[in-house]
Design a protein around this ligand. Structure first.
Ligand SMILES: NC(=O)c1ccc[n+]([C@@H]2O[C@H](COP(=O)([O-])OP(=O)(O)OC[C@H]3O[C@@H](n4cnc5c(N)ncnc54)[C@H](O)[C@@H]3O)[C@@H](O)[C@H]2O)c1
Length: 256
């Protein structure tokens, strides 16, 4: 796959979770449209593999190790990106982990572990990126929530579902607060997707079980999500902020 366009030429994008799944697809998509991409992940080897794939097809990318659940590490990683590129204009927050314990047996530790990454991690990265985007004259942030946030979930546990709901509210808050800084913030709610998380071995529901409820007759592939992210970070969506976009093959919002 060669370059698709130069619509993100001059942009520097941090994509968290870029070692795998949806964020890997998003990193490739943004690079194919001209952005320099910082592939940020706890899995440094996987992040480097994604960056290498981008460079192999002529794009510009590098890997950054980050633990989004650790505020000091988030601070270090964003500084590392800015020191290297001189600006940060796009953030896509796709890093997450999932657990499946039901509310009745979910421990304090498991709750804290998931919320720390899936919700607090988004807070840490938004707080950190703001000054860099402001200094760059503005930016675009896309957060990856989940259809679980709206449906109450038949997939992840209470910590995952509540975190994904919190991500939507956090995006709306930041969108409202930072509109004056020329920073747009939006959220995507993917339906079930063909990634390691979607195929998680601990899940009580197999990915094939979802297909019968999806009007388009298939689960999402990373490219299905990446195209919508490209729209939301590009100038094509310049009059859009604060919204939440369902990307779920037409599945009813409350059916997932
Ligand atoms: N796959 C689905 O069915 C589905 C559906 C709806 C929403 N989502 C959401 O989409 C996003 C991407 O999911 P995916 O399916 O690609 O998952 P994935 O498991 O394939 O990738 C998640 C990535 O996040 C990284 N990560 C985990 N904890 C981290 C941390 N503390 N710091 C930095 N990186 C960390 C992992 O190393 C991994 O590379 C997630 O926010 C997920 O909740 C996924």
């Amino acid at each position: 796959m060669a370059q698709e366009s130069q619509r993100l030429a001059g942009d520097v994008a941090v994509v968290t979770g870029a070692a795998s799944g949806l964020s890997r697809g998003i990193a490739l998509k943004l690079a194919r449209n001209g952005a320099v991409v910082a592939c940020a992940d706890l899995n440094a080897t996987g992040a480097e593999e994604t960056a290498q794939s981008i460079r192999a097809e002529g794009g510009d990318a590098f890997a950054v190790r980050i633990d989004i659940g650790d505020s000091a590490d988030v601070k270090r990683a964003f500084k590392e990106v800015n020191d290297r590129t001189g600006k940060i204009t796009i953030l896509v927050n796709g890093a997450a982990l999932i657990k499946f314990s039901p509310i009745e047996t979910c421990t304090d530790e498991e709750w804290d572990q998931v919320v720390r990454v899936d919700l607090t991690g988004c807070f840490y990265t938004l707080r950190e990126v703001h000054s860099y985007m402001k200094a760059s004259g503005g930016g675009r942030i896309v957060q990856i929530s989940s259809s679980s946030a709206k449906s109450g979930s038949s997939f992840g546990g209470p910590h995952y579902t509540a975190s994904k709901g919190g991500v939507i509210s956090l995006s709306k808050y930041a969108a409202r607060r930072w509109v004056k800084d020329n920073i747009r913030v939006t959220t995507i709610c993917p339906g079930i997707s063909n990634t390691p998380l979607g195929n998680h071995p601990d899940s009580p529901r197999k990915i094939e079980d979802f297909v019968k409820d999806i009007p388009m007759g298939r689960v999402a592939e990373p490219e299905d999500i990446a195209g919508v992210v490209l729209f939301l970070v590009s100038d094509e969506s310049r009059y859009v902020t604060g919204i939440t976009v369902d990307v779920n093959g037409g599945r009813e919002v409350y059916g997932n």
